[in-house]
Design a protein around this ligand. Structure first.
Ligand SMILES: Cc1ncc(COP(=O)(O)O)c(C=O)c1O
Length: 503
């Protein structure tokens, strides 16, 4: 039966919120600030309209755990806009959606096929679910020093060796805007009856411009978590989880989502999803097309600056990069003799410009619905001035080869919950890591919980430290120590003791 076309002019949830205040309802419920009366300073700062919207679940405002009215209607509108069968509002960021996606398809010990350069929320989902990751190699772009998408052949090989996998997990696109051939991978995975679940944190806008990589739902993926707050115009933390097809059990998905989401959703965030969806439905195509043109305009100008390179369609010559999103302007600054971190700092301190992300070689400029030629011209002029002041030389003489994916000894979950202790990283060869080390570039976990630390991993981390690359993931902020599994530690200590006694 054809689906009823819904009226995208409506904002059922936002309207319910407005009705609540318009009726002059006296609140004897949380939040305890009671429409701001209990916190005047906060009300003055945020404004009365905003604080009035900070409400809680009740009959007319629906309940996020089991929506039957206003939230359900708002979710149906979002589903229709994105071409999904169902949409779920998320208020704990895309992270909660990614965790729920993985937990709803994988039980402890189940395999999940995924690229190595996933966001840490996916590793979190793997730890929570107890899944066993089967990593797929990602091509490294040496010019930009980053990991790209995955090749369909590599997913095919992983599926052939692991036909019992419970899901293929992909990013569409990666942080740097590069997308794999999602449609091809989806049909391949579906031929094994395996669902494809997608981290679409950077893809809320894809569906509105054909020149952008294809969206997960258009490519036939089963599940996707999409950060409406990043590129769709809603407030930070508000995202969508999209579902289609019959490979995922919606009841299990919703039950899992109720584990990863709060029972006290912010109605300000929920309303922002409803309002952003309406804007995207009515004006999204024009707005995203304009954004695309603007980004191309800016990228062309930045390219003319001597000493910088801008990622463009040439990136498609790399295997595993099937499409790319130019609204993320990836600017390589290595020929300026500056790192991306340096340029980020100069832009911020001297020009009051903040970039989206910097790494050893690049900065990323995010062009979105809120930008215009005026703001971008300020950036272009600032970059030109920085470049003019630099002697052109490449300080990073070689590209540091990435160590091989280390041997996985136990599951990330078992490593996470095992007894652990810190050891100096320089002495950690052979230990089983209980932590993840993540570096930009190339945006790949160098070691994950449960993997054996190799000398190559230690050397690589030391090289990145020397280059002042940003390393994240260990409890020790300086990454001098790494948490490893204690059993192995005790074994080593006992061995040392025995050796000493023998001497
Ligand atoms: C690739 C990717 N996936 C997932 C996330 C998590 O999204 P959120 O911050 O909405 O939880 C991010 C956040 O930056 C991301 O970059």
């Amino acid at each position: 039966m054809p689906k009823k076309i819904l009226n995208q002019n409506q904002t059922p949830l936002y309207s319910a919120i407005i009705n609540y205040t318009a009726e002059g309802t006296i609140p004897f419920h949380v939040p305890g600030h009671k429409q701001g009366r209990g916190n005047k300073e906060l009300t003055d700062i945020l404004g009365q309209n905003c604080i009035n919207m900070d409400l809680t679940c009740m009959e007319d405002l629906d309940n996020i755990c089991n929506p039957v009215s206003a939230i359900k209607e708002a979710e149906e509108l979002a589903a229709q806009l994105y071409g999904a069968d169902k949409a779920y509002f998320l208020v704990n960021g895309t992270t909660s959606g990614i965790q729920a996606m993985i937990m709803s398809v994988c039980e402890p010990g189940d395999k999940i096929i995924l690229p190595r350069n996933v966001h840490k929320s996916a590793i979190g989902g793997i730890i929570l679910s107890g899944a066993k990751p089967v990593y797929v190699h990602t091509e490294i772009n040496e010019q930009f020093g980053i990991a790209m998408g995955v090749k369909t052949e590599d997913i095919a090989a992983a599926l052939e060796s692991n036909p019992d996998a419970k899901a293929v997990f992909l990013m569409n696109p990666i942080y740097y805007g590069i997308a794999s051939n999602l449609k091809e991978i989806v049909s391949l995975a579906h031929s094994y009856n395996i669902p494809v679940i997608v981290d679409e944190a950077h893809g809320a806008h894809l569906v509105f411009d054909e020149r952008l990589p294809q969206s997960s739902m258009e490519a036939g993926a089963d599940l996707a978590a999409s950060s409406t707050h990043k590129l769709g115009g809603s407030l930070t933390q508000s995202s969508l989880l999209l579902l289609q097809g019959s490979l995922i059990n919606p009841q299990k998905l919703k039950a899992t989502l109720n584990l990863t989401q709060t029972t006290s959703p912010s109605y300000i965030l929920l309303a922002s999803l409803d309002i952003a969806r309406k804007q995207l439905a009515l004006k999204g195509q024009q707005m995203i097309e304009d954004t695309y043109e603007l980004a191309i305009w800016a990228g062309e100008r930045i390219k003319k600056i001597e000493g910088v390179q801008v990622m463009d369609e040439e990136v498609l010559n790399y295997q595993g990069s099937y499409a790319y999103d130019p609204t993320k302007i990836v600017i390589n600054v290595r020929d300026l003799g500056l790192s991306g971190y340096d340029v980020e700092k100069i832009l911020r301190k001297k020009y009051h410009i903040q970039v989206e992300l910097s790494d050893l070689f690049n900065i990323i400029i995010l062009v979105s619905l809120g930008d215009n030629k005026e703001t971008l011209s300020i950036l272009i002029d600032a970059l030109a001035e920085i470049a003019k002041g630099q002697k052109l030389h490449n300080v990073f003489k070689y590209f540091v080869p990435l160590p091989a994916i280390p041997e996985s000894v136990i599951s990330p979950r078992d490593a996470f919950y095992a007894e652990t202790g810190p050891v100096p990283l320089c002495e950690a060869e052979g230990e089983i890591s209980a932590e993840m080390i993540m570096a930009y570039p190339p945006g790949i976990p160098i070691i994950c919980p449960g993997e054996r630390i190799t000398q190559d991993v230690i050397d690589y981390v030391n090289i990145l430290k020397k280059e002042t690359a940003e390393l994240q993931g260990t409890e020790d902020p300086d990454m001098v120590n790494i948490k490893v599994l204690k059993n192995r530690l005790v074994l080593v200590q006992n061995e040392e003791k025995l050796n000493q006694e023998a001497i």
